[in-house]
Design a protein around this ligand. Structure first.
Ligand code: HEC
Ligand code: HEC
Length: 255
């Protein structure tokens, strides 16, 4: 898929140059799926992403760390975290930095549960992140971009517009200007992040928002961001704002 998009891009840019700019087209990638994939996402028994929710639930109940405490011992039911994922990333005033769901989970596990935090993109972290995000399914994304988060938000917005990589393309080139354009039978989506963590058929597995950003950077042969870096989180904040009001769908299905 990366290859086909990249190889066809010059054609695309030349050929569909009349696509209307759609800078405020907040349309979930769900609408670009065919009927079958939409049905797969909607069916909790068939949706492969639900396996990560189940794994997350098992981890939630499992004692770990210095005092042998489970997530449940301190947090009760996972539903107690409903709403959280829809508001991330958010500014941590004490640390003077943004935090996303993966970062929050890792810091709670290391500082409060006092266990070794799972690696970024590991199945263990994806399972907990999907469990927590799933609690907010149906809630509109609503991140706070005012006050101390403002500078990071503006940096994320600039990053989205900045051309990068050997192909010299910005995120906006594909997801704003050519969103909705057809490319070899595929439609380029508006690049909304309301489905994450989500199951991508291309990956044959579930992945995080940051994995998607890395994948798109690779598509234009740009250097990926360092995990959990200020640059990565600023772009994630902007993407969350850009998808504001869209219902969280995790675990969504995408091609
Ligand atoms: C020893 C008690 C303890 C354990 C065990 C624990 N947590 Fe926490 N966790 C806390 C406290 C206290 C906070 C900060 C207060 C709050 O937000 O609830 C927190 C914060 C969080 C947050 C951020 C919540 C927010 O609204 O900002 C998440 C997410 C989280 N924990 C997930 C987990 C998960 C998943 C586990 C199990 C792997 C876990 N925690 C285990 C005590 C614990
Ligand atoms: C060469 C075109 C291209 C560029 C440039 C590009 N992407 Fe993508 N992006 C894609 C394709 C193709 C997909 C997968 C199919 C789809 O959702 O359109 C995708 C998917 C996404 C998704 C997931 C959409 C969903 O519904 O789940 C997000 C989020 C995203 N991109 C963000 C970005 C960001 C951030 C950048 C800039 C770093 C970027 N993209 C740059 C082509 C591109």
């Amino acid at each position: 898929m990366i290859r086909s998009v990249v190889m066809l891009l010059p054609l695309l840019l030349a050929g569909i140059a009349h696509a209307e700019p759609s800078s405020d087209a907040r349309v979930s990638g769900y609408h670009g799926l065919g009927d079958e994939l939409r049905a797969l996402q909607d069916d909790d028994f068939a949706n492969p992403g639900m396996l990560w929710v189940d794994r997350g639930l098992r981890a939630w109940e499992t004692p770990a760390g210095a005092e042998g405490r489970s997530c449940r011992d301190c947090h009760g039911n996972p539903e107690s975290l409903r709403g959280l994922a829809a508001r991330l990333p958010r500014w941590n005033a004490e640390m003077e930095r943004l935090e996303d769901l993966d970062g929050l989970l890792r810091s709670c596990i290391s500082e409060r549960q006092r266990a070794a935090p799972p690696e970024f993109e590991s199945d263990a972290l994806l399972a907990l992140a999907t469990l927590v995000a799933h609690q907010s399914r149906g809630l509109p994304l609503a991140v706070d971009v005012d006050g101390p988060a403002r500078a990071a938000f503006e940096a994320g917005r600039a990053s989205f517009q900045r051309r990068r990589g050997q192909l010299d393309l910005s995120c906006a080139d594909c997801h704003d200007r050519y969103a909705g354009a057809r490319l070899r039978g595929e439609t380029i989506s508006a690049g909304m992040i309301n489905g994450f963590p989500l199951y991508r058929l291309t990956w044959e597995t579930l992945g995080s928002r940051q994995r998607m950003i890395r994948w798109c950077n690779q598509a234009v042969r740009a250097e990926p961001f360092e995990p959990d870096s200020a640059d990565a989180l600023a772009l994630e904040l902007y993407l969350a704002w850009r998808a504001r009001g869209l219902a969280l769908e995790s675990p969504a299905i995408r091609r």
